[in-house]
Design a protein around this ligand. Structure first.
Ligand code: MD6
Ligand code: FE
Length: 222
């Protein structure tokens, strides 16, 4: 039934779950119905804590624009990568995680087999054409028992997924608006990245050539 293709609930048909690796799954289209509400909230968040291009400890300006919401936000500067309770740009707390973000992330985690996910951090990434994210591990979180939930909006991207060593071979997964990656368990520390974004037409309701990615994390043990 066509309804099933767009069902924003836990009853997604099996073929819309794609295994990346043990513990990591793509829920295809899971956030498709939420795109407009998510986008409105991103715009509101960015009015409080704007997107900025962080500098890596090695001195490189990241091509992806970043901001955060939640009790903790991921930041990078000359001293390293870490989580911070305040936005270094504004000196204030990050805005809270909007209710619709939180409920989406918690439902997606549960649908992927991770009950009781309760994020305390949400990193919001903004990609323009040619922006990329080099291979990395997500290892600044203290609580590694919880998964990461990652939501794609706007332009499509190619997600790279490797192994626990940088040298391990990578597989490529296209991610489009509405796809949700839930990632934990034994692949929690696998290397991953995003290939340079292509300049294509954005899907409704995105009005410019950008991709947004929300990644929800549990940093501090509950
Ligand atoms: C992105 N995502 O999709 C970047 N990390 O824009 C990530 O770096 C990521 O999607 C950990 C788990 C899921 C992710
Ligand atoms: Fe990551």
């Amino acid at each position: 039934m066509i309804e099933d293709l767009f069902a924003d609930d836990d009853s997604l048909p099996r073929q819309w779950r794609e295994e990346l690796a043990p513990g990591a799954v793509i829920l295809r289209g899971y956030a498709g119905n939420s795109a407009e509400q998510l986008l409105q909230n991103i715009v509101s968040l960015a009015a409080i804590s704007p997107f900025r291009h962080l500098i890596t400890p090695g001195g490189h300006r990241m091509s992806v624009g970043m901001t955060n919401c939640g009790a903790l936000g991921w930041v990078s500067d000359e001293y390293g990568y870490r989580y911070s309770a305040s936005d270094p740009l504004t000196g204030r707390c990050w805005p809270p995680i909007p209710d619709c973000f939180r409920s989406l992330a918690e439902r997606a985690a549960e649908a992927a087999g991770y009950a009781h996910f309760s994020p305390d951090a949400c990193l919001v990434n903004r990609y323009v054409p040619h922006a990329r994210l080099t291979l990395h591990q997500d290892k600044n979180e203290r609580d590694m028992t919880q998964p990461i939930v990652s939501v794609s909006l706007g332009l499509p991207a190619i997600f790279l997924f490797g192994g626990t060593e940088r040298e391990h071979p990578c597989r490529r997964f296209p991610l489009v608006q509405g796809d949700v990656v839930v990632w934990g368990g034994e692949s929690r520390l696998n290397y991953h990245g995003v290939l340079p974004l292509k300049d294509t037409l954005p899907p409704w309701p995105i009005r410019e050539a950008v991709r947004y990615n929300l990644t929800f994390r549990r940093v501090m043990p509950a």
